[in-house]
Design a protein around this ligand. Structure first.
Ligand SMILES: *Cc1c(COP(=O)(O)O)cnc(C)c1O
Length: 219
């Protein structure tokens, strides 16, 4: 099936209230445009440089989410381009985003990346560290926490991903229940090609999908 058909089918399948982020790492602007032509509204990029190249062609007709790790020395460029940063996992990164956003008069919506699999080699905050990070960030004027994102471990059977999504949803509900002033916890970004159906069952309202749209080519 074509990119266009894959996006059309996915958009028809996703329940109301669940947003599709097209995970576009390794894809050309032309491939992204085909997805946009089929109704995709949010593009997820892992790498700043790739995003900048794609943005030159695709532009601001879509929203751009950063879904890969952000290095502090690239924050200045990242905040100019992205509409949301899904991968905040430290207060030092948050403070840098806040500072750079203040310089350009922007407030950046962000998600906290949760290392739900507790994998030492992966980025993200451990579930029990999320609340204190959110409290710290809530004091910064130019960055706004709007929810959580998680990858979860690579699993073959999507059922094996379920416990990680369940745990992340618990943290999400806990944060919402805190009712922190000025914080609106609304987005829960979890689930990829292999696991998005399970993720939605566990409460995801953003899914990030790449290979189901573009095919299995190396990204
Ligand atoms: C690549 C990627 C995805 C999409 O993965 P697929 O298995 O290709 O759907 C989602 N989220 C992140 C952070 C990614 O890097």
């Amino acid at each position: 099936m074509s990119i266009r058909e894959n996006v059309t089918q996915l958009l028809a399948e996703l329940p109301e209230g669940v947003q599709l982020v097209v995970a576009a790492k390794g894809k050309t602007p032309e491939e992204i445009l085909e997805a946009v032509g089929a109704g995709a509204r949010i593009i997820g990029e892992n790498y700043l440089q790739e995003a900048e190249r794609a943005f030159e062609v695709v532009g601001a007709r879509v929203e751009w989410h950063l879904i890969g790790h952000l290095q502090r020395n690239k924050v200045g460029r990242a905040v100019k381009l992205f509409d949301m940063i899904e991968t905040v996992d430290s207060s030092s990164l948050a403070r840098e985003i806040d500072k750079r956003c203040a310089q350009i008069g922007k407030t950046m919506p962000v998600l906290i990346e949760v290392n739900s699999g507790r994998e030492p080699q992966k980025s993200g905050v451990l579930p029990e560290g999320v609340e204190s990070l959110v409290r710290e960030i809530s004091a910064l004027p130019n960055i706004r926490v709007e929810g959580l994102m998680t990858m979860g471990p690579d699993v073959g059977d999507p059922e094996d991903a379920r416990p990680y999504f369940t745990e992340t949803k618990k943290v999400f509900d806990h944060l919402k229940g805190l009712g922190l002033p000025g914080i609106f916890i609304k987005h829960l970004s979890m689930g990829m090609t292999n696991s998005y159906r399970v993720a939605i069952e566990e409460g995801a309202n953003i899914v990030r999908i790449g290979s189901k749209i573009f095919g299995e080519s190396p990204g």
